[in-house]
Design a protein around this ligand. Structure first.
Ligand code: PEP
Ligand code: MN
Length: 299
């Protein structure tokens, strides 16, 4: 018997699928969450959100409450940031993921976000986890900075046991002796956790590496290892970002990555949604093929 019970994979092997808007996390489709580390301002966020949608992102991310190591760093726009997220959701139609730091903000965050994120630093904030168990919104639970897989699954168990069956696990790298990267990404955790638990598992290659150049290869590795999705930080101008600029992709980098992911996802039996541009192209191609096959010259 495992120490976690509700999080454990059942005999039937059935997996939890979490439906948010038109997206299903944990199903056959690879789900990509994208956006800046923090919401920094209305215009910039809305513009980026629209761009990300065009490029095929399924959900938007953006911190309104930022847990920063230094108390003097930018800690997010707070409630104003939540309003901007809500507007981005209205404008794009994409669901929104944002971090909740304090259970006292639960109502306000739930009003503006579709998925509540528990950051690494709060993975073992058991009172917060229990509150989220009663939240009525899916929870994205990031692996703690130095949490074992069992501790991570037990943290998920807190949310499940409090009555919320919709938990998404997010591997974001762990702290090791290695300092060349921001964290050490545990790719092996992806297949292992999918074996141990029925919950969806996604990977955040941005916080896992801390370096923009490493984000695409680690994202590709995560998909190859069977991740149900990815969470990627993207900023219009990473050099000016108020947090995590060095690990943020430029929009063009994100677009390129989305294309690179397709053959890898297909190779491991996952579907990848087409971007609007590709969909339009497909419609044109199909119409052209139809026209050609209908033409008398074809007979
Ligand atoms: C984040 O995703 O905004 C974040 C702070 O990440 P982590 O909790 O993994 O450090
Ligand atoms: Mn960040």
């Amino acid at each position: 018997m495992k120490s976690y019970k509700l999080a454990a994979r059942t005999c039937s092997g059935e997996r939890t699928m979490i439906r948010v808007g038109e997206v299903t996390i944990g199903g056959p489709e690879l789900v990509v969450i994208a956006g800046p580390c923090a919401v920094e301002g209305r215009e910039a966020y809305l513009q980026l959100a629209l761009q990300l949608k065009e490029m095929g992102a399924h959900l938007l991310r953006g911190g309104a409450f930022k847990p920063r190591t230094s108390p003097y760093s930018f800690k997010g726009l707070g409630r104003e940031g939540l309003e901007i997220l809500a507007e981005a959701r209205r404008v794009t139609g994409l669901p929104v993921v944002t971090e909740i730091l304090d259970a006292r903000d639960l109502e306000a965050v739930s009003a503006c976000a579709d998925i509540l994120q528990v950051g690494s630093r709060n993975m073992q904030n058991f009172t917060l986890l229990q509150e989220l168990g009663r939240a009525g919104r899916p929870v994205l639970l990031k692996r703690g900075l130095s949490a074992t897989i069992e501790e991570w699954l037990l943290a998920a168990e807190y949310i499940l046991a409090a009555g919320n069956p919709n938990v998404i696990l997010c591997e974001r790298g762990i702290r090791t002796f290695e300092t060349a990267t921001r964290n050490t990404v545990d790719i092996g955790a992806v297949p292992l956790v999918r074996e141990l638990s029925h919950l969806p598992v996604i990977v955040d290659p941005s916080h896992a590496t801390g370096r923009r150049r490493l984000v695409p290869p680690v994202a590709r590795a995560a998909v190859a290892a069977g991740a149900d999705g990815l969470m990627i930080e993207v900023h219009q101008n990473p050099d000016l970002a108020l947090s995590d600029g060095p690990q943020s992709l430029h929009p063009e980098g994100f677009q390129k990555l989305m294309q690179e992911l397709r053959p890898i996802a297909a190779a491991v039996g996952r579907e990848v949604r087409l971007s609007k541009k590709e969909n339009n192209q497909l419609a044109v191609d199909t119409a052209a093929t139809r026209l050609l096959s209908d033409s008398p010259g074809d007979i």
